[in-house]
Design a protein around this ligand. Structure first.
Ligand SMILES: NC(=O)c1ccc[n+]([C@@H]2O[C@H](COP(=O)([O-])OP(=O)(O)OC[C@H]3O[C@@H](n4cnc5c(N)ncnc54)[C@H](O)[C@@H]3O)[C@@H](O)[C@H]2O)c1
Length: 432
């Protein structure tokens, strides 16, 4: 139960995207007055109309509307002003990598600059964005000191708490997952912990430093990337031995110390394929982490070579990718395996089509592919289907309409092999 006997401090949430908006909406429904800040005017407009721009997030629409009605959530593009009206500032804008996998701080640098201009004495700043260990204090804390003239740990408090939620279940995860919290000093940790206890009503894991909290998030993503790479390597070997990897995983994981992840056509999104570089680019020895990145990035090549083995040259073949998003039911293309497939299919001079119910035709066309509706009669001309992201719309896909289809490459091992094979269409999975 939240104690509302003393007035709660105002909160600024900087970055109102897939993670920031759910956070802001929960805080705003738990007694806090929340000033959201985002550089995207459309995002700000929709929130100020009580509408969530983030789709497929159970419970979020209701929370945003409710907070809007109660006047506890407003949004603005003026970050410094939102910060100046608040005592707690939560930073949740992305840090990505560029084409060469160098860390790209452009987005967060701009946000931190705006925060530093607005922050007032006594405020608590919490970074939630995934960061290379050391950045909260050495890069951003010091930058805020320089711009604001305030001293961290004394004039403003500084904490780090990674966001570990999974899109499509964020509201539930925020309550169920323990929140890892680290502070630049004891007071910062105490303030941040008290805030999360009230604002999220969740369990806490207090760690001894900012760096420990930062490291824990990157380590978790590296673990998942390495584990998937292992599953991918074993899946390829299983194919060689005519063994079904899905069956292997179920059997192996019945031993409590075995946690084999699932193999697949690639690892995308703005977490798992990116954060290993937060270690690799900061001095981690070349080893499992960097090798795993290579293994996982090579899976799209592997998938294409499997298709070629079955049907020969791809030149002038009509190939349909199902899913532009990096994974199911989320509108996000960062590091999506679909982008790797598009490049490789173009190199192979295939006629390339993409379907994704979460994107408009013009959004798909921007990636250099022809958008194709599943209701289009041209579906009957498709030679090969590649399942890249298993959106809910694909769970009952009727393959009868793929009258010329020779092969389905099921990159997520989710389709019904028996049904597809019965139609005379060859089926290939990853490790199946
Ligand atoms: N999406 C996930 O599944 C996930 C999971 C765990 C952790 N995270 C962490 O959350 C971060 C944010 O992820 P997301 O999915 O919400 O990203 P997102 O791209 O959906 O949202 C980011 C938002 O920040 C806004 N923004 C950019 N620059 C800004 C600035 N200078 N000031 C204010 N707003 C600005 C953008 O307009 C956008 O609305 C990730 O980088 C990661 O560190 C994400």
């Amino acid at each position: 139960m939240i104690d509302q006997s003393t007035p709660l401090p105002n909160v600024a949430v900087v970055g109102l995207g897939k993670i920031g908006l759910p956070l802001a909406a929960i805080f705003a429904n738990n007694g806090y007055k929340v000033f959201g800040a985002d550089i995207n005017k459309d995002v700000v407009t929709s929130i100020n109309q009580g509408e969530s721009h983030v789709k497929n997030e159970p419970g979020l629409d209701h929370l945003v509307l409710n907070a809007h009605k109660n006047k506890t959530l407003s949004a603005t593009t003026a970050t410094s002003e939102a910060v100046a009206q608040s005592n707690i500032i939560v930073v949740i804008v992305p840090v990505l990598v560029d084409e060469q996998n160098n860390i790209d701080y452009k987005i967060i640098d701009r946000a931190v600059q705006d925060i530093a201009k607005g922050v007032k004495k006594g405020s608590l700043i919490i970074f939630e964005t995934t960061l290379p260990p050391g950045d909260t204090k050495n890069k951003f804390g010091e930058k805020i000191e320089d711009i604001s003239g305030l001293t961290m740990g004394e004039d403003f408090y500084l904490a780090y708490s990674p966001e570990r939620v999974y899109s499509n279940q964020i509201i539930q995860d925020l309550q169920n997952y323990s929140k890892v919290v680290g502070g630049v000093n004891k007071k910062s940790l105490e303030l941040a912990s008290n805030f999360y206890k009230k604002a999220l009503d969740c369990k806490l894991i207090e760690v001894s430093s900012l760096e420990t909290a930062e490291f824990s998030k990157v380590a978790e993503c590296v673990y998942r990337d390495v584990n998937i790479a292992l599953a991918n390597e074993l899946a390829q070997f299983a194919e060689d031995k005519s063994v079904n990897m899905s069956e292997v995983i179920t059997a192996s994981n019945s031993q409590p110390f075995s946690h084999l992840h699932s193999p697949g056509i690639g690892v995308g999104g703005h977490c798992i394929p990116i954060y290993p570089y937060f270690f690799i680019n900061k001095g981690l020895d070349q080893g499992l982490t960097s090798l795993s990145r290579k293994v996982n990035d090579n899976m799209s090549n592997y998938a294409i070579s499997k298709i070629k083995k079955r049907i020969g040259s791809l030149q002038n073949k009509n190939i349909l990718i199902l899913g532009l998003s990096y994974r199911e039911n989320v509108k996000e293309t960062t590091k999506s395996t679909a982008l790797l497939l598009i490049d490789q299919l173009k190199d192979n001079r295939a006629n390339l089509f993409v379907n994704d119910p979460l994107f408009s035709d013009s959004e798909i066309a921007k990636y250099g592919a022809n958008p194709l509706s599943l209701n289009d009669s041209f579906i009957s001309e498709i030679d090969v289907v590649i399942l890249q992201a298993f959106h809910q719309e694909y769970s009952h896909l009727d393959f009868h309409k793929f009258a010329s289809c020779k092969l389905v490459l099921d990159g997520r091992n989710k389709l019904n092999k028996k049904e597809i094979s019965q139609l005379g269409i060859q089926y290939e999975g990853i490790g199946n």
